[in-house]
Write a protein that binds this ligand. Structure first.
Ligand code: SF4
Length: 377
């Protein structure tokens, strides 16, 4: 099983809270970048042995919907030529309302995308403005409608919470609006203010107040309660899906399966030995120079030893409702899960759901996941 992540580090403007690597670029720069991605994909063919077609492809960013249909089609064709794409592959693209016209979504569907992740973030026009998003509430609603009429039956909507001035009442109204769109998948993100962003600067100057720990917890609980009541499975800390519509690409990441990546700033995971993590530095000039010289732009971040791989397996699996399969763990590491982590399993006996088939954290405890998981690390 292999997945491919393609990173598009371009945005129309910078959102005021964002600390991801992204930059603005004109049409020529975007075209040049796509040519580099094609080179990178072709180079991977020689460097990485995969014996199966791609099961998932994910275009993330940044704002991938700034690429033209021709550019996206070229990238999909290259994936197909270099690796092969499984007939039932999940092919996702992140799109931001306000960056495309209606026919664009029809064309995305026609060239093979079957899942859209729409960066709604909020249905409140005032919040969108405060966040520095480049779209309006109306454009968000219009993008969902347009996606449905284009034939997409697998939509993921992003919603932010713990926003400046937000309380549980207005979050509740946001949830109403989101549920009216009947998405198959929902990702939620609590705002964290990062140094180096405009929000960071405003906070330092005392001009921005965000949710405290208690408000954050109340809002997270509200989201859990509302989405689960509406029939969504809370299958990962920040993700909800109707049955059968979990994000296969992200599951691959949480299950530590091959996830290749191209693009400046992207990360990949390769199942060599106990696993390797690679990173492509967020430096467009270096990216270009390396590829033009025929060199792989990725740098190895970590080659896991057995202990590291066991810890990371637990760290990632306990984020999900599937948790750990004890038999698979023992087959992989030659030691039972309980033997490998006797102190942690005893300390967390009250919050771990344990059966011969599964060890998982009850999702009601995910709010303090960081605290709980530290017991294993
Ligand atoms: S669209 Fe996304 S990646 Fe781009 S600036 Fe906004 S939050 Fe950051």
């Amino acid at each position: 099983m292999s997945s491919m992540y393609i990173h598009i580090p371009f945005c129309l403007t910078r959102c005021r809270y964002c600390d991801f690597f992204s930059t603005t670029a004109d049409a020529t720069e975007r075209d040049n970048y796509v040519a580099l991605l094609v080179r990178h994909l072709e180079l991977l063919k020689y460097n990485i042995a995969t014996n199966t077609d791609l099961q998932t492809i994910y275009f993330g960013g940044g704002t991938p919907s700034l690429l033209t249909i021709d550019q996206l089609e070229l990238l999909l064709r290259t994936c197909s030529k270099v690796f092969g794409i499984a007939a039932n592959a999940e092919i996702t693209i992140e799109v931001n309302p306000g960056t495309f016209e209606r026919p664009y979504l029809h064309q995305l569907h026609t060239i093979g995308f079957n899942r859209l992740s729409i960066g709604i973030q909020s249905f409140d026009s005032g919040q969108l403005l405060r966040l520095g998003r480049c779209h309006t509430h109306e454009q968000s609603l219009e993008s969902v409608k347009a996606a449905r009429s284009a034939g997409f039956d697998n939509l993921s909507l992003d919603l932010m919470f713990a926003l400046p001035g937000q309380d549980t009442d207005n979050l509740d109204r946001e949830v109403d609006q989101l549920l009216q769109q009947t998405p198959e998948h929902i990702s939620v993100y609590g705002l964290t203010v990062e140094e180096g962003t405009e929000f960071g600067r405003l906070q330092r100057q005392g001009k921005l107040t965000v949710a405290d720990e208690e408000e954050y917890a109340q809002q997270y609980e509200l989201l859990r309660e509302r989405f689960c009541t509406a029939g969504y499975e809370h299958y990962e800390l920040s993700n909800f899906a109707v049955p059968g519509r979990r994000c296969r690409h992200n599951l691959c990441y949480w299950q530590r399966r091959n996830c290749l990546a191209v693009g400046c700033g992207a990360h990949s995971f390769v199942e060599n030995g106990y696993g390797e993590r690679w990173h492509i530095p967020a430096d467009l000039q270096r990216y270009r120079q390396r590829l033009e010289a025929g060199l792989d732009p990725a740098e190895k971040l970590e080659a896991f030893d057995r202990t590291g791989a066991m810890k990371e397996t637990v760290y990632l699996a306990l984020r999900t409702s599937d948790g750990i399969d004890p038999s698979a763990f023992e087959r992989r590491f030659g030691e039972s899960f309980h033997n490998a982590f006797p102190i942690a399993t005893e300390a967390l006996a009250k919050v771990l759901l344990q059966s011969p088939q599964r060890v998982a954290l009850g999702s009601q405890h995910w709010l303090i996941y960081d605290h709980l998981i530290s017991t294993f690390l």
